[in-house]
Design a protein around this ligand. Structure first.
Ligand code: PAF
Length: 284
């Protein structure tokens, strides 16, 4: 559905459920866009997709403490609910769910969702506990709002695969839809954390996407993925990335080492430029 609906904000699971129950009774198709706020054009694209394909769209705004490590940026993560609400309203979403930490994790909350295998590699290895935090909150948001379809950016490609897996494993009746990464004109993937780049680093940052695109092209032509990974590491180091956590060609759905050239593959990387840890991925 398109057109501007008035945007209500609810902060409790009870209010969210009341609202969704009425929509469901009316036979409306419900879309969910989970976010941590600090919305940019990538998030807006998710909301557009949801509004276009569903009768009502719920956007969630919750900076989830469970997915931040002790030395990560939870305390300083950008927050601006007024600005975010205006962006969401302009796209015609019907409801903003912006709970406080106590509402999502009340005193005594101790259940965690861990996606074994897929959630333990790559980002899971470099950010221990990250995917358990993501999987737990996304499971809760899905069960709280019971949408027909939920929308996630392909920028966080591994996260999307982890969420698809938990939906299958836990028989949650929802479709997870991946939405292509929105990029700046020079190729840099939009991310709330790009705000941490200095002016000089911002000029270097698109080299990450350019490098992954070259790897994808070469591997697509049959060049050995391991050789390409080596080349990409060197390329990023030469371009000023101070640390490359990983740059790797993986099976596009299991994220295991891409051994079978006939299956779809994905090139994924995480690398540090100054204080910013950038992640990106490209289809082979
Ligand atoms: O991608 C994000 O913004 C978050 O990981 C998500 C899916 C909203 C869960 O907190």
């Amino acid at each position: 559905m398109t057109g501007a609906l008035p945007l209500d904000t609810v902060r409790t699971v009870a209010d969210l459920r009341d609202r969704v129950r009425d929509w469901r009774k009316a036979g409306l198709r419900i879309g969910l866009v989970p976010t941590m706020g600090a919305l940019h054009a990538g998030h807006v694209e998710l909301v557009k997709r949801a509004v276009a394909g569903c009768d009502r769209t719920v956007v969630t705004l919750f900076v989830n403490p469970a997915q931040f490590g002790p030395s990560e940026d939870y305390a300083v993560y950008p927050r601006d609910e007024v600005r975010d609400a205006a962006l969401v309203a302009a796209e015609g979403a019907g409801l903003l769910f912006a709970p406080g930490v106590e509402e999502v994790y009340p005193e005594g909350h101790s259940t965690k969702v861990h996606v074994g295998g897929l959630g333990d590699v790559l980002e899971g290895e470099f950010r221990p506990g990250f995917f358990t935090g993501v999987a737990t909150v996304v499971t809760k948001l899905l069960l709280q709002s019971l949408p027909d379809e939920a929308f996630f950016g392909e920028k966080d490609y591994q996260q999307l695969q982890v969420i698809k897996k938990l939906i299958r494993d836990l028989d949650i009746p929802v479709t997870a839809t991946g939405v292509p990464t929105v990029r700046e004109a020079d190729g840099l993937a939009l991310s709330s954390r790009n705000a941490y780049l200095t002016a000089e680093e911002r000029v270097q940052a698109p080299i990450l996407h350019g490098t992954l695109a070259q790897v994808a092209e070469q591997v697509g032509r049959g060049v050995d993925p391991r050789m390409q990974e080596e080349w990409a590491r060197g390329q990023l180091a030469r371009a000023g990335f101070r640390q490359v956590d990983y740059v790797t060609v993986r099976d596009a759905s299991t994220l295991e080492e891409a051994a079978d050239a006939s299956r779809p593959a994905r090139v994924l990387a995480a690398a540090w430029l100054g204080k910013a840890r950038l992640i990106d991925n490209v289809a082979v």
